[in-house]
Design a protein around this ligand. Structure first.
Ligand SMILES: Nc1ncnc2c1ncn2[C@@H]1O[C@H](COP(=O)(O)OP(=O)(O)O)[C@@H](O)[C@H]1O
Ligand SMILES: [Mg+2]
Length: 246
């Protein structure tokens, strides 16, 4: 099982949109996929039509003391499953801190899912703390949606400083541009040559497209909502690029 996390210090940059669409693309590609909505706000749970809230005590689930797998919900898409958000997960960092497994706790917690899924997608809350440190151990790729703006690049640099990765670990972090508007000069320039601070960025990028916003109105991934939209094709390309490097 490959593990892909959508992560960024910042909110509102496209983590959830990418998590849901990449999951659906992988699923269309024939892979059994699980999305874990780690953000208490529950945006990917909403788009995938899931029901918010975990049945058992979150503390026990995260400690590995009750079976996380029993909280998995099926979605309208065959072999695309969901581990839904829970409001109590807003204390995720504290819960991970108090668990016994140290840096590798998350990795151990998700290991049993490899029996059933080829891909696990982690839709992370914004921020930079215990979860980020554990993602470095648990995820094969940390995808970082990045808006082409100086402040976003700065946020990316801060994240990399915090994570303090070795060379091989650095290769697992993959920034990609989201909300690209090719009418803007800076966007065109950065697509051509990304700033050194985020290089190497992924080749694929996601345009600004109102179809993406419609996902949370219609509760469907783009492949179903707007099969021929530019944004759909962009996420498909992102998935193909990601798949080739996993
Ligand atoms: N490429 C895009 N084009 C248009 N709107 C987008 C795009 N990516 C994200 N959005 C919108 O921006 C908002 C934040 O996106 P979301 O994926 O929820 O970000 P995050 O999970 O990082 O908070 C949502 O309303 C979403 O519809
Ligand atoms: Mg989100």
């Amino acid at each position: 099982m490959k593990v892909v996390a959508l992560h960024n210090l910042k909110g509102g940059v496209g983590k959830t949109s990418a998590a849901v669409n990449l999951a659906r693309e992988a699923n269309r590609d024939g892979m059994p996929v699980l999305v874990w909505d780690l953000d208490a706000q529950g945006a990917s749970t909403w788009v995938l039509g899931g029901e918010n809230g975990l049945g058992r005590k979150v503390k026990k689930l995260l400690a590995g003391k009750s079976p996380l797998g029993e909280e998995v919900q099926h979605t309208a898409w065959e072999r695309l499953d969901l581990l839904p958000a829970d409001l109590r997960m807003r204390e995720l960092d504290r819960l991970l801190d108090s668990a016994s497994g140290g840096d590798k706790h998350l990795k151990r917690l998700i290991a049993p899912f490899s029996e059933e899924y080829a891909l696990l997608i982690l839709d992370c809350p914004p921020g930079l703390s215990t979860l980020s440190d554990q993602l470095v151990r648990a995820a094969d790729r940390i995808l970082v949606p990045t808006i082409p703006s100086p402040l976003s690049v700065q946020a990316f640099s801060r994240m990399m400083d915090h994570l303090d990765l070795g060379k091989r670990q650095r290769q697992r972090v993959a920034p990609f541009f989201n909300l690209v508007d090719r009418r803007r000069k800076l966007h065109r320039e950065w697509l051509e040559t990304p700033p050194a601070a985020i290089a190497p960025a992924m080749q694929s990028w996601i345009p600004y497209a109102s179809d993406v916003e419609r996902m949370s109105l219609e509760c469907r991934p783009l492949a179903d909502l707007a099969p021929r939209s530019r944004a759909t094709l962009a996420y498909r390309q992102l998935w193909q690029e990601l798949k080739a490097t996993l």
